[in-house]
Design a protein around this ligand. Structure first.
Ligand SMILES: Nc1ncnc2c1ncn2[C@@H]1O[C@H](COP(=O)(O)OP(=O)(O)OP(=O)(O)O)[C@@H](O)[C@H]1O
Length: 257
């Protein structure tokens, strides 16, 4: 299977007033086409930092990232990010224009083409009824749906998601997780998803990349391609969740010792 993303010996330092602080240490992984890789680890282990480096917002201190064989040096429409925050949409544009705008600017679509693509993407995420509304009239879940539609409409090589459902209530979060999985099945996009929720990781991911506490180092990976929504709450799901919890906490207490 060909790799869409290849991260090779990635180390990332932040410059602080006390000097450089290592956030990510020597992390490598590949993501195959249509795979859903979840970066999972405790708070501060560098998950968002890795995601931002794939997006091209942060340059690695050493190592490199290839997307479709090309080195990432800056952000691009081939790697679009959905963030946790609800304020990702432009408040002065309608929901449809929020989705259409980047298609015109980054993908060179005509106005009519961009609007048609935007409407199709919004219908896919269940927002057909609100395309002419403004973002402030939407719920948090609807705003996240619109952000997902905006990313998917541009047909990126890779969809990057940084805890996109973390600020939602449990019920809405569950619905969006299931809808994201249905979209992934239908559209077969390649996804890198960041979370610190073990159950969300198992549900969303086809492979989990576990990171240690600060600085983030690879602990191990889990193949979860055979486990999805149908297994949620099953003994198999719970056993895997426990094993991952043990792996993360075991290594953490080991590191502390
Ligand atoms: N701009 C920055 N300057 C200095 N240090 C930073 C900066 N951004 C992040 N860090 C540090 O880098 C480390 C990794 O942060 P990062 O946000 O990537 O972790 P995370 O695993 O995504 O955490 P969380 O789950 O809490 O969002 C943390 O120790 C954080 O304090």
């Amino acid at each position: 299977m060909s790799s869409v993303i290849e991260a090779r010996r990635l180390s990332i330092d932040y410059d602080t007033e006390h000097g450089p602080v290592r956030a990510v240490d020597n992390v490598s992984f590949t993501v195959a086409r249509s795979e859903r890789l979840v970066l999972l680890g405790p708070s501060g282990c560098g998950k968002s930092t890795i995601l931002k480096s794939i997006a091209g917002f942060i340059r690695p201190s050493s190592g490199d990232i290839l997307v479709e064989g090309r080195a990432v040096t800056k952000p691009g429409p081939d790697r679009l990010v959905v963030f946790q925050e609800f304020d990702q949409l432009l408040p002065w544009k309608t929901v449809r224009d929020n989705v259409a705008f980047p298609l015109k600017v980054a993908r060179g679509k005509s106005g009519a083409e961009a609007r048609a693509l935007a409407e199709a993407a919004l219908a896919k995420v269940g927002l057909a009824r609100v395309i002419k509304d403004y973002p402030h009239t939407l719920s948090g879940g609807m705003k996240q749906r619109a952000a997902i539609a905006r990313a998917l409409a541009a047909s990126p090589e890779v969809l990057l998601m940084d805890e996109p459902f973390a600020a939602l209530d449990a019920l809405t979060r569950g619905t969006l997780q299931h809808d994201l999985l249905a979209l992934a099945e239908e559209l077969q996009f390649t996804l890198v998803f960041v979370t610190h929720s073990i159950d969300e990781a198992i549900l969303i991911g086809t492979r989990l990349h576990l990171l240690s506490a600060h600085p983030g180092r690879t602990i191990t990976t889990f193949d979860t391609s055979g486990i999805g929504a149908a297994q949620l709450g099953s003994p198999q799901f719970r056993a895997l969740s426990e094993e991952i919890r043990h792996t993360l906490f075991g290594r953490r207490s080991g590191a502390a010792a």
